[in-house]
Design a protein around this ligand. Structure first.
Ligand code: ATP
Length: 324
């Protein structure tokens, strides 16, 4: 392989820029060419490429978002679209593709490889931490820090007014952000899709916490949790079935996806970029790089896509004990 392309696809996450930088610099280190592809698979189809060298990625390790922009591409879901992408890559002399994104982006990459035999390598970039084959996805740690900072601030106002706050956090169908940030932010309850607490037990538990002398309560609700139809209905239910608290809702939203990546995410991104490029140069294809037990390793893309992440039961127990 003499030339590698890198793109970011799907939802953005903090650390994507650090990963782009790492891919570009690892290519430079090994004296191979590197091109950046703008707007994910959209730009791949259009041939929207830019030659990149070690200096093109200066000053971005600390920036959120992605300098290459991200997109969702309908056309790449079609054979014709992927055919165009393949032609664009061939025309530019590219021989390998690094895809930074989530499982949807990996599915596209895998299909692309199966159709054209084109070498692909995935770097997991999403704040949700919902990808099998890595203990941490890029952006997860930064999002956690952002959420904890927000919880701390909401706690200040909650305790001044004897309020009960429901705070909705991102995470799609999994509760990793909710569970970790909930413990770190001292939440009284954490509602995650993996565990159904039930409305009655929630009200019981909040009543207990109020009578035990707490001046405020914070409940972290994962966006994928199904206890109420949505967080506002949950609030209404608790309002009607509990006394003594002024109940409020705060939906943190997209601020969770932005911001400067944490030290952890910058280091992780740097390691993932090196591993992705060097694995590809070593002849590996159709893998995702990941962090497991402190080491960088490869997981076949199809396993990364289909595998389910598990919630850490020990963390669940810690959170129960902490809310005593
Ligand atoms: P996020 O964490 O935001 O969900 P993602 O990578 O899973 O990230 P998706 O929107 O699911 O985001 O996928 C990104 C892009 O990957 C899609 O817009 C599409 O172009 C491509 N893609 C996804 N699934 C397929 C598929 N089955 N076939 C071809 N391309 C696909």
């Amino acid at each position: 392989i003499k030339k590698i392309a890198v793109l970011t696809s799907g939802g953005d996450s903090p650390g994507m820029n650090a990963a782009i930088r790492s891919v570009v610099r690892t290519c430079a280190y090994h004296k191979i060419e590197c091109v950046g592809v703008y707007r994910g698979y959209e730009g791949l189809i259009e041939g929207d490429f830019k030659e990149m060298n070690a200096r093109s990625v200066r000053g971005i390790i600390n920036k959120g978002g992605t300098i290459l922009k991200s997109a969702r591409s309908k056309e790449f879901r079609t054979v014709e679209g992927r055919q165009k992408a393949h032609e664009a890559l061939k025309k530019a002399g590219v021989e390998g593709l690094v895809v930074i994104g989530g499982d949807g982006s990996f599915t596209g990459a895998l299909i692309f490889n199966q159709e054209f035999g084109f070498p692909v390598m995935g770097i997991p970039g999403t704040i949700d931490n919902d990808i099998f084959g890595t203990s941490h996805t890029l952006g997860f740690d930064t999002a956690l820090n952002t959420v904890v900072e927000a919880i701390d601030k909401i706690r200040d106002t909650a305790s001044s007014h004897n309020r009960l706050f429901f705070i909705e956090v991102m995470g799609r169908d999994v509760g990793h952000i909710a569970l970790n940030a909930g413990i770190a932010g001292g939440a009284e309850e954490i509602l995650i899709p993996e565990e159904d607490l039930g409305l009655d037990r929630l009200v019981d538990s909040l009543n207990k916490s109020r009578t035990s002398g707490k001046s405020s309560s914070i409940v972290i609700v994962a966006e994928g949790d199904k206890i109420g139809k949505n967080i506002f209905e949950l609030k209404d239910y608790v309002d009607q079935n509990m006394e003594g608290y002024d109940v409020r809702v705060s939906v943190l939203g997209h601020m969770q996806r932005g911001g400067a990546p944490s030290c952890f995410d910058r280091v992780l991104a740097s390691r993932m970029g090196v591993k992705a490029v060097e694995s590809m140069l070593g002849g590996e294809t159709n893998f995702m790089v990941g962090l497991m037990n402190g080491k960088m390793l490869l997981t076949p893309l199809d396993k990364a896509i289909k595998g389910k992440t598990k919630i850490n039961l020990e963390l669940l127990r810690v959170s129960d004990i902490m809310s005593t």
